[in-house]
Write a protein that binds this ligand. Structure first.
Ligand code: MV4
Length: 448
């Protein structure tokens, strides 16, 4: 059993984790940087420990400081949230060595899924559909060029240790290959200290569909349906929803079975997400598996009625899943809009500062996950997301109408936000029709 949990994170996700711990009777320890002394997560936890200066590298990314706080406070588990150390295999291993429960999968599982080439090969062996591509690391242009020819253009060069869009370049013709490969490899070397690359056929205009899974340590694996995360800009998701307008009951069953197969093949335990690309002809391909709780988890919680963070903690405590696949029902439709402190008119430039006035909507079918309050000063050191607005309706149309009403009610004075930009997106006829793909925001220009 977990009696005391340290949250190795900040912001709304730290608050989200503290709240469920309180409900479960688990004591909480917050860690915070010098820039976060007035933060809500530090105030809400039973204990709060300052772990260092503002830069993440000296606080939320510093494993030794976080482990010291854990041992000093007597916490028996760490929840890493998302970002920061959440998918760091070395940190999970450090927890294992210190006898602290890491709320997430085994360090070796994180390591194997973090290497996208290994993950790809695992899925091929398990019979999960993957995009045609290379099965061995590609280190140089010449080898890559031959492989690209075999795979067929257009191709995409990806870093083995990449993910989320870093160290990735496309080539539409052989003439473009050398430059694409070299640029991607250089970027990978810089970002991950490793220039191991792999190549795939480039799928044009797909949707990004991800499946939530839950796996316990007794070998039970279930899926909780999909999230459509096609509305994104520079690999930053902005609107997410569940279910997807593009996924029929029949396709959900097929993709869900593939997701469960993928989790089993990876020997996965805890909550995880399988990312797929989905083509218009309903063909789908495994892309990567994320081993953390995701920002967009509330849309899945709302259509399934399952508290994902609670399940994560129960699984980490060794408990058996209390739900079978047959128990999982998808009810209604949920949409999430991420609210960022940024200025869309100035190339989405982050806009930290002091919140002068604040009002969030409420009522039936509206949820706000946030850590900001009136008078709070958003520090400039971290991610610009300050709130998530999540709505639930019986139908997609009702959820969209509710989101329009909810966004219209938001008041955040003192900083710039993307609230109006989000309103334009969900009011767009193309978005409302449900007929969009990952390029949606590339050609999107809001009417001013
Ligand atoms: C792709 C792809 C098309 N074809 N792979 C983007 C992040 C990383 N998870 C992989 N990504 C992509 N891989 C092949 N073979 C297109 C993307 C992609 C993308 C995927 C999901 C959501 C948004 C995206 C934006 C640009 C590119």
């Amino acid at each position: 059993m977990i009696r005391k949990l340290l949250i190795a994170n900040r912001g709304e996700i730290a608050v989200r984790i503290i709240r469920v711990c309180r409900e479960m009777g688990i004591e909480t320890v917050a860690v915070y940087s010098e820039a976060d002394k007035d933060s809500l997560h530090a105030q809400l936890a039973d204990e709060a420990i300052c772990i260092g200066p503002a830069p993440s590298s000296e606080s939320y990314l510093n494993m030794e400081r976080i482990m010291s706080a854990t041992l000093v406070s007597g916490a028996d588990a760490i929840h890493p949230g998302f970002g920061f150390l959440s998918e760091n295999a070395r940190f999970a291993e450090f927890c294992e060595q210190c006898g602290v429960t890491f709320v997430g999968p085994d360090s070796r599982v994180i390591q194997n899924l973090g290497n996208k080439q290994i993950a790809r090969n695992t899925m091929v062996a398990a019979g999960v559909p993957v995009i045609p591509g290379t099965d061995k690391p590609v280190m140089d242009v010449e080898t890559g060029q031959k492989e690209a020819q075999r795979i067929g253009y257009p191709v995409i060069v990806k870093a083995a240790l990449g993910g989320g869009g870093k160290g990735m370049r496309t080539a539409y013709q052989p003439e473009e290959f050398a430059l694409a490969f070299q640029t991607a490899q250089k970027e990978a070397q810089m970002a991950f200290g490793d220039g191991t690359m792999y190549i795939e056929h480039y799928v044009e205009h797909p949707r990004h569909i991800e499946f939530q899974i839950l796996a316990d340590s007794q070998g039970n694996v279930i899926h909780l349906g999909e999230r459509d995360c096609s509305i994104q800009r520079n690999h930053q998701k902005t609107v997410e929803e569940s279910p997807s307008a593009a996924v029929s009951e029949e396709l959900r069953k097929k993709m869900g079975e593939a997701a469960v197969k993928a989790a089993r093949a990876a020997h996965y335990v805890n909550a995880g997400t399988i990312e797929f690309l989905l083509e218009k002809n309903d063909r789908f391909y495994f892309m990567e598996m994320n081993t953390r709780i995701q920002v967009e988890h509330p849309v899945t919680e709302w259509v399934t009625g399952i508290d994902l963070v609670k399940e994560q903690i129960k699984i980490a405590s060794g408990m058996t899943l209390g739900i079978t696949q047959e128990d999982v029902m998808i009810r209604g439709h949920a949409i999430e809009c991420r609210i960022n402190a940024e200025n869309p008119a100035k190339n989405f430039r982050p806009c930290p500062g002091t919140i002068r006035e604040l009002h969030f909507p409420g009522g039936q079918g509206i949820r706000v996950d946030t850590d900001i309050y009136a008078g709070y000063t958003i520090p400039p050191y971290y991610d610009s997301m300050v709130a998530k607005l999540i709505v639930h309706g019986d139908t997609r149309e009702e959820a969209i109408a509710k989101m329009q009403s909810a966004l219209g009610e938001v008041i955040i004075e003192g900083i710039d936000t993307n609230v109006d930009f989000q309103f334009e997106i969900i009011s767009d006829p193309k978005y409302q029709s449900g007929d969009f793909d990952i390029e949606f925001l590339s050609d999107f220009s809001p009417v001013q």
